[in-house]
Design a protein around this ligand. Sequence first.
Ligand code: SAH
Length: 236
Amino acid sequence: MAWRSHGSDNASLVEALRCNGLVTDARVEAALLKVDRGHFVRESAEAYEDAPQTIGSAATISAPHMHAHCLELLEPFLPAGGAALDVGSGSGYLTAVLSRLAGPGGRAVGVEHVGGLVEWSKGNLRKDPEMAERLKTGALAVHEADGREGWVPGAPYDVIHVGAAAPAIPPALVEQLKPGGRLVIPVGPEAGHQEMTVATKDAVSGEVRSEVVMGVRYVPLTDHAHQMQLARGDRA
Ligand code: SAH
């Protein structure tokens, strides 16, 4: 399939995404080249395949083409020195790319409610000395919390990415978006049709305009107990 942009290492994966038209922006491409997806997966043999991969606890690292798509939607709204929030940060991969886009003077915050994933993601991030340094200075952080509430101490944000599907856009996330900022979030039921939704807050009026960009399939943005049921394979 044309959208399958497999690589054999990080550089060839990014090149495949570019050739397939999934990465068109030079800043996104540069940021992707600096973050090795191989640092953020459990199965390193499949690190550069254009497919989602399970990371345990009923979570997945999204497929590279989905990450690329979301980054392309967010990039124009995240200036160097800006602030980004990554809700359901899982592996920490997208948090790292957002940190790269925001640059050394910017901030990136991940929020993840599975404690084991928070610790694992910090270890993944520390494999890159620049990310290790940003974790030390606080320019990059991952917090164990319910991401439906956003992360108030770091607000407001230029961009917010949500890596799990919510039944509706959580109001706290809209509140924590800067005027002129953009939120990208899959919206829809846990089992059923979900829509990748882009919400942009007008810089002057503060009015929020939403549009659907495509149908998607994500794990749910849910409460911790329910996700643990899913992880055990219980029926909800
Ligand atoms: N962007 C991540 C996606 C991980 S999958 C990546 O590519 O690695 C979605 C993540 O959302 C999971 O790690 C899951 O634990 C987390 N999640 C689900 N509901 C959540 C909630 N209410 N608060 C915080 N994290 C949540």
